[in-house]
Structures are given as structure tokens and as C-alpha cells.
Design a binder for this molecule. Structure first.
Ligand code: BTN
Length: 243
């Protein structure tokens, strides 16, 4: 696996995307940066990470026959890779918040941005961007719901070790995906889903509050909620958040 280490870049996802557009690159080529000046998050948000303390990297993965309809399994595979790697460090109370935030209790420690390249109904390749708070010990009030592995275990940990653990898990989970063993990924993902089956308050994008509980993820990757009147409703990422 080719690993490119950079001291600073706008975004490892953008860098790798450009590389893949301009040359033929090996499967699992990975770009890791000490600092991102324009780290990107889901839904056009920013990803802010203290220089040198955390992991910010992107991995290029090519697929032979991954249907667009299977995109949720790719998301499961990636979230599980980060989740399993962090969990193997002995960290408890870890969950995956739909679609793919890595949580410790109610605080976020990692985020994932997957950018797919499509041809007809196939995902030809993906840029998998991972940001994980490893050794950052202070978070401004701009990020009240963020924490790091260091803050959970009370001591610094080798970023390189965590990086290697995630890359190993990623290779093995992508292998499962390519072998069409999606059921394994789905079961593991749902077993570790944040607030699954727990009545919680949600908020629509219009600001409307309602109670519901997460019961699963639909074929299209939407969040399935059971409302108080026991009706089922599906939401995509733009439509709902925890209140
Ligand atoms: C999110 O939680 O909104 C997703 C955050 C993804 C951040 C990572 S950091 C490495 C890669 N490069 C980026 O610009 N973003 C992803």
C-alpha cells in the first residue's frame, strides 16, 4: 500500500481526488496530512483539527462490481473500520452515529467523508476521508461535542499505531464488501448504532421537534425512525438530526 505523507494540504480528499483524476493510482493509495487548511466534512461543513495531533487522511479504493444501491454497505464498512480500530485500543462506550460519525458517549471523536466516482449504476472508485481526534486535548467552544482518544484514556497514544489499525480494518472490511458479505457488515453496524431503539428527540431541518427511535437504515441508506404513534418514517441526512 502506497502511503503519501504531507505536512500541509488543503484537504487530503481533494488532493487524492485530483491525483486519481490525473493518473492511474494503486488501490488503497493513502494520503495523510499533519495539517489541513480546508478540511471538509459532510454536507459542506468544515473539518477542523489541531495540527499534528490527530489523524486526517484519505484512501483511494477501486471497485469491480459495487452497485450504487450498495453504497450504504461501503459507508458501514468504513465506519466499522474506524470503530473497530479504536475499540481495539480498549475504549468503551463507542458507537457509530448514523451515517458514520464515531462517538464516545455523546461526544464525537471521528468523522468520515466518502466521495464516490460513478459510472452508470456502479461505484467505480471512492475517496474515503477519515478524520479522527487522537491526541488533541483541548477543544474550543466551537466544538462542544468533540473529544479525542487522549481525553478518553487520559494519555497520549501513537497516531501511527491507530493509523495502521484503521488501514488494516479498512482493507479487511472492503474485502468483505467485495466478497458480497454485506450482511456481516450490516449486522455489525446496526449492533453498534448510536441510540438504536432508544427514544430520542429529533429535529427536522425546519426546526420541528419530535420524539422517535432509530430502528434501522433503509435500502437507500436512509435513517428509519419509529415515531411515538408507532408509524415508521425514513429520513436522509439533510432532513433530520438529533435535537
Ligand atoms: C464529517 O464528520 O463531517 C466528516 C469529516 C471528514 C474529515 C476528513 S479529514 C481527512 C479527509 N479530508 C477532508 O477534507 N475531509 C476528510
Amino acid at each position: 500500500m502506497k502511503i503519501i505523507k504531507l505536512s500541509a494540504i488543503d484537504s487530503t480528499n481533494s488532493f487524492l481526488k485530483e491525483m486519481a483524476e490525473n493518473s492511474v493510482i494503486d488501490n488503497f493509495t493513502t494520503v495523510v496530512a499533519e495539517r489541513q487548511t480546508k478540511g471538509r466534512g459532510q454536507m459542506n461543513s468544515k473539518w477542523v483539527s489541531e495540527e499534528g495531533k490527530n489523524l486526517t487522511f484519505s484512501t483511494f479504493v477501486r471497485f469491480e462490481s459495487l452497485l450504487f444501491e450498495q453504497h450504504r454497505y461501503l459507508s458501514f464498512a468504513v465506519a466499522l473500520s474506524v470503530f473497530e480500530a479504536v475499540k481495539s485500543l480498549g475504549i468503551n462506550r463507542l458507537t457509530i452515529k448514523w451515517p458514520n460519525d464515531i462517538m464516545s458517549g455523546n461526544k464525537k471523536i471521528g468523522g468520515i467523508l466518502i466521495e464516490n466516482s460513478l459510472s452508470r449504476n456502479l461505484i467505480v472508485s471512492s475517496i474515503i476521508g477519515i478524520g479522527l481526534n487522537v491526541n488533541q486535548d483541548f477543544f474550543t467552544e466551537e466544538l462542544p461535542n468533540a473529544t479525542s482518544i487522549r481525553n478518553i484514556i487520559g494519555q497520549e497514544i501513537s497516531k501511527e499505531k491507530v493509523f495502521q489499525l484503521i488501514l488494516e480494518r479498512l482493507q479487511s472490511n472492503i474485502k468483505l464488501l467485495n466478497k458480497k458479505e454485506e450482511d456481516i457488515l450490516e449486522t455489525r453496524y446496526l449492533n453498534n448504532l448510536y441510540k438504536k431503539n432508544i427514544p430520542s428527540m429529533f429535529k427536522t431541518m425546519e426546526g420541528k421537534l419530535f420524539m422517535g427511535k432509530i430502528i434501522g437504515v433503509s435500502q437507500e441508506g436512509k435513517l428509519q425512525l419509529e415515531l411515538e404513534d408507532e408509524t415508521l418514517k425514513e429520513f436522509d441526512l439533510k432532513e433530520v438530526s438529533f435535537a
